[in-house]
Write a protein that binds this ligand. Sequence first.
Ligand SMILES: Nc1ncnc2c1ncn2[C@@H]1O[C@H](COP(=O)(O)OP(=O)(O)OP(=O)(O)O)[C@@H](O)[C@H]1O
Ligand SMILES: [Mg+2]
Length: 300
Amino acid sequence: MTTADHSKNNGKVPPADETPIVELRGTGKSYGNIRALHGVSLAVHPGKVTCVLGDNGAGKSTLIKIISGLHQHTEGEFLIDGEPVRFSTPREALDRGIATVYQDLATVPLMPVWRNFFLGSEMTKGSWPIRRLDIARMKKTADEELRNMGIVLDDLEQPIGTLSGGQRQCVAIARAVYFGARVLILDEPTAALGVKQSGVVLKYIAAARDRGLGVIFITHNPHHAYMVGDHFNVLRLGTLELSADRSEVSLDELTNHMAGGAELAALKHELAQVSGVDVEELPEPEDLTAPVAATPEGTS
Ligand SMILES: Nc1ncnc2c1ncn2[C@@H]1O[C@H](COP(=O)(O)OP(=O)(O)OP(=O)(O)O)[C@@H](O)[C@H]1O
Ligand SMILES: [Mg+2]
């Protein structure tokens, strides 16, 4: 590790491998007397995918709400380009280049794809009082931007509601890239998708990374995380249970962390108390957490 000089950025994008774009240092969040997050440290670098894994209630959404400006941390530090910040609205986070794609995408289903691409930031032409939407330019730009990301849609006039969930995620990713995001936060983008569509979304996560964005990828799925991730953070009950670079952890280890090998063993023990369950017939915890990718869903 080189020791970077964190003090002289003058607001410019720092070189990769030095000051992270986003950094948490011992950050936590309490809601009243519920401690949802505690002592979490992580860093997001340009051109890298930082994965955040964890079970239900582990604190994943709380973590991204802090970074995206929806909630404020109550403990530790939150830094952008090495400078401590405290956002009071998502707009402030956006102004610093942090874009969040939520699972329930904020799109208008009946509006065409190109219109959704520019929603809230429409291009106009002419000046007041005859200012109008510049429809031709918006269509052309949306088409170019989607193609730049390798997303080919037959018809940008089709209502976005007719696209598949995966395609909509991809449009949202391309949109964030176009509007100058430096950090892209994706909250469980593959959770509701089948195998093939998940693959498509993972491809665009990689495309965003290759364009130099720092990506924060939240997921339950260690297989999806491992396909694109550079660094893995596993949350459990609000604290970081694992923080490891790709070179430090195998897919099996990551899966085991996620599934909680010890918990599975305890579950097996509990089941042994229930009459009628033949514990000898149950698989070993390691088998339950082994990769299932060998038999892709839907093929049998
Ligand atoms: N606004 C809130 N007020 C009180 N407690 C909250 C609030 N938001 C979250 N929590 C609590 O904080 C903990 C972490 O929740 P969080 O939503 O961050 O988990 P998660 O990892 O996103 O879970 P999931 O996978 O179910 O989305 C939970 O125990 C939850 O009940
Ligand atoms: Mg959540």
